[in-house]
Write a protein that binds this ligand. Structure first.
Ligand code: 5AD
Ligand code: SF4
Length: 449
């Protein structure tokens, strides 16, 4: 970083970097590390690519449409490079970790200077220096199980909400999913590193800590499991909330639910991706649980934490899924009545097991099923949110309203979006709000003075 800094100091202006992270919170968290390194190397961050001396896309591979968007956006950078040949263009993240994608960028986007994979994020300054020194393109995409690199500087996007990765990678190999191929095997950070990072954040005034991992329930801190880590973090004094994602139903334990129920700081929110309501499809997906096990977990969670917010992910149109399988998913949704659900049409990922399976259902039919699912979820959300009207909730204010720009917005202990009549001073503070109205994805209320 020092060597790059020596180069950027010789510029006749403070160089500007534009970075954009696609995809999940883990990727956004990597983006904050990239911005942290750029700051240390003398760059300022800009949100205008037209003004940038350095542009980086931190990409996602989970579905094809995310990849197509990156290709489209990359193509559009060509004219910027023509206008400013000194502009450095970089692409990193999950998408380029796939060999065929890196090859395509090498061949069809000659104006891209730097491509690096998920396992060498910490070596980004070295790659950038090499470009300044040698003026040659750099492609660094080692395949490995991954390492953990502590101490990378972080430039956080928010002053009161902080993401803290606790583990990286995934061992599950769900048959539709590219993540294990692009993020490597599971590895957990040491509990001491996590605890001291969180303590430091609370001392600095952060009010929301978001613990991240592809499968936080299989956190293994050398004798400390995820519930144990949560209990340690919950014992820290201060006024803050802890959120976490994502939980895999096969590893979600009663101990975890009890830990949330007995906690002072942990959100009453469980994001528990079910993916399908058909046991047959769950087996083909290699999920290692069935609907009965999943339903038992949800019932236990609702018994221990009556106000818990339950959310999920669902894939429509997995290869070989029949309309009968799909109706089982609808049935499960009607039974569980999720507060909200992230729904996706299956996207074929090269290299995964599901990509080899027969997929006879047409895109048109999958689209119809998808709309049917959205409709049912809309009704469930209506019902789930109405029950909060009249309640008073403690809200961490985040900024301008989501339902209405003239309002302010934040999240409740359940991690539910609540808009209210706040002001600029409330941002980053907790306020008590009485709920007056429910939509099927958010609540609206008034501040209690
Ligand atoms: N197609 C569609 N959705 C997918 N997801 C993961 N892989 C795919 C795929 N190939 C969804 C899952 C996961 C969420 C992050 O993305 O529902 O939980
Ligand atoms: Fe995140 Fe997975 Fe997308 Fe990578 S592929 S950015 S881990 S969602």
């Amino acid at each position: 970083m020092k060597r790059v800094c020596a180069v950027t100091h010789m510029f006749d202006h403070v160089p500007l970097a534009y970075t954009h992270s696609y995809g999940c919170q883990q990727n956004v968290s990597d983006g904050e590390k990239i911005n942290g390194m750029l700051y240390r190397m003398g760059y300022d961050i800009t949100d205008d690519p037209e003004k940038a001396d350095f542009i980086l896309y931190n990409t996602c591979a989970v579905r094809e449409n995310a990849e197509n968007r990156v290709f489209g956006n990359l193509g559009a950078l060509k004219h910027l490079k023509n206008r400013n040949p000194d502009l450095i263009i970089a692409v990193c993240g999950c998408m380029v970790q796939q060999e065929h994608i890196a090859e395509r960028i090498k061949k069809t986007f000659p104006f891209v200077d730097l491509v690096f994979g998920t396992h060498v994020l910490h070596r980004f300054p070295e790659f950038l220096y090499s470009i300044f020194e040698k003026g040659k393109r750099v492609f660094e995409l080692p395949q490995c199980d991954g390492v953990i690199c502590e101490g990378i500087p972080v430039k956080r996007d928010s002053k009161f909400r902080a993401s803290v990765p606790i583990m990286y990678g995934c061992n599950n190999f769900c048959t539709y999913c590219i993540v294990p191929y692009v993020r490597g095997r599971e590895r957990s950070r040491a509990p001491g590193e996590i605890i001291s990072e969180v303590k430091g954040l609370i001392e600095k005034g952060y009010k929301e800590i978001l613990l991240l991992g592809q499968n936080v329930n299989s956190y293994d801190g050398g004798g400390m499991n995820f519930s144990g880590l949560l209990r340690e973090l919950d014992s820290i004094d201060g006024d803050f909330v802890i959120n976490f994602m994502t939980s895999h139903p096969k590893d979600c334990s009663h101990e975890l639910i009890d830990t949330i129920a007995d906690s002072r700081h942990i959100s009453w929110h469980l994001h528990l991706p079910v993916q399908s309501g058909s046991d047959r499809i769950l087996k083909l997906m290699n999920r290692h649980y069935d609907v009965a096990h999943y339903t038992e977990l949800v019932e236990y969670a609702r018994r221990r934490i009556p106000d818990i917010q339950l959310t999920t992910d669902i894939i429509v149109g997995f290869p070989g899924e029949t309309y009968e399988d799909f109706t089982e998913t609808l049935e499960l949704m009607r039974k569980i009545k999720y507060d909200s659900a992230f729904t996706f049409i299956y996207s074929k990922r090269e290299g995964t097991k599901a990509a080899e399976m027969d997929d006879p259902v047409s895109d048109e039919d999958k689209g119809k099923w998808f709309r049917e699912l959205l409709e049912v979820q809309g009704e469930c959300g209506d019902e789930a949110y109405k029950k909060y009207v009249g309640q008073t909730m403690r809200i961490l204010c985040e900024g301008r309203g989501r339902t209405d720009e003239s309002l302010y917005t934040g999240k409740s202990r359940q991690n539910i979006i609540v808009d209210f009549n706040g002001n600029e001073q409330h941002i980053g503070q907790f306020v008590d709000v009485k709920i007056t109205r429910a939509l099927n994805w958010a609540l609206v209320g008034e501040i209690i003075q």
